[in-house]
Design a protein around this ligand. Structure first.
Ligand code: SAM
Length: 310
């Protein structure tokens, strides 16, 4: 305990900028891990961000107001949490590593605005743990500001987590995060490319997407093998109006891409009944491959299909 305070006291102060906060150097992270009796675990994607400029970029881009609520998934040694606890009205933190969870508990137990949850943020492959959603919903109701996610995300949960947060009826307005560059490319892809797929379409149908930075392996400790990227998504519409409609669209798009090299007709005939297939056949060219359909057309097609079900 005493050691943690000593480390916290020696954390580096960021150079002047929009945001003033202290960030963790590699030495700080190593000391905090030693204090926790932990070592970096590859299987939990534990690559800690040790570059103050990039951390500040993430936090500046999030534009957190004092009345906002923030979810952080994968708090690690608390580098981002430290700032969030100061900047936001409510912070929900999830950490899977029991040793780091204990460390975070010691660091933030005196912060009334921090709710710390231990365990995997997902139950199963594609479901967010109920208590995480509940804590976010409560926070969103309790504070007058917006609900957002700000995190240096563990690579293995990033896709299902973000898709589920978008499809859930939890009112997230912004997502500001780092992920592997390969995944970021799928968020930003154009039609007719190999990266374009269900993730791209669902995200672009609902959000404005901005790539903020590309992060070389050297800004993390330990160094990952691949580059990362920082993204901001601003949720600005649900073209299907209801969460159920949006979820039905997501299922349709996943079905439409089940076999990328086959035609849309082949793929959709496996997920649509004859009536719905006939409806879209009249209006859309189903001889195309799914990646040849732009986002606006996918949304249009989705609206037709959803309409046949209501
Ligand atoms: N926030 C820290 C930072 O920026 O330095 C650590 C980020 S590190 C990339 C990802 C963190 O997510 C690790 O602390 C890891 O233990 C945690 N993590 C990995 N899988 C998780 C999961 N399924 N649920 C919750 N936390 C997870």
């Amino acid at each position: 305990m005493r050691f943690i305070f000593r480390v916290a006291a020696t954390l580096q102060t960021a150079p002047e900028g929009v945001i003033d906060f202290r960030f963790q150097t590699k030495t700080d992270v190593q000391a905090l891990l030693a204090e926790a009796g932990a070592r970096p675990r590859h299987r939990w994607g534990q690559n800690f961000l040790i570059d103050g400029n990039l951390l500040r970029r993430l936090l500046t881009a999030a534009e957190i107001a004092p009345e906002d609520a923030v979810l952080e998934v994968g708090a690690g040694t608390g580098a981002v949490t430290d700032y969030l606890a100061e900047a936001a009205a409510a912070v929900v933190v999830v950490e899977i590593d029991p040793l780091l969870h204990e460390l975070l508990d010691r660091r933030f137990s005196d912060r009334d605005n921090v709710t710390l949850l231990h365990g995997d943020v997902l139950t199963g492959k594609h479901e967010i743990r109920a208590d995480v959603c509940d804590a976010c919903r409560r926070a969103a109701v309790d504070v007058p500001g917006r609900l957002m996610l700000v995190a240096n995300l563990p690579y293995n949960v990033a896709t299902p987590l973000l898709i589920e947060l978008l499809l859930d009826d939890c009112p997230f307005e912004r997502f500001c995060f780092t992920v592997q560059r390969e995944l970021a490319d799928r968020f930003c892809a154009s039609d007719h490319t190999k990266d374009y797929g269900p993730l791209t379409i669902i995200v672009h149908a609902t959000c404005r997407v901005k790539r903020l930075a590309v992060l070389p392996p050297s800004v993390f400790w330990p160094r990952p093998k691949v580059e990362s990227a920082m993204l901001r998504l601003d949720v600005d519409r649900n073209p299907f109006e209801t969460p159920d409609g949006l979820r039905a669209f997501a299922e349709l798009v996943h079905g439409g891409f089940a076999h990328r090299r086959k035609t849309l007709r082949y793929n959709l005939s496996r997920v649509l009944d004859d009536d719905a297939l006939r409806t879209v056949e009249d209006e859309f060219d189903l001889s195309l491959r799914p990646e040849a359909i732009d986002v606006a057309t996918w949304v249009h097609l989705g609206r037709r299909v959803v309409a046949t079900r209501t």
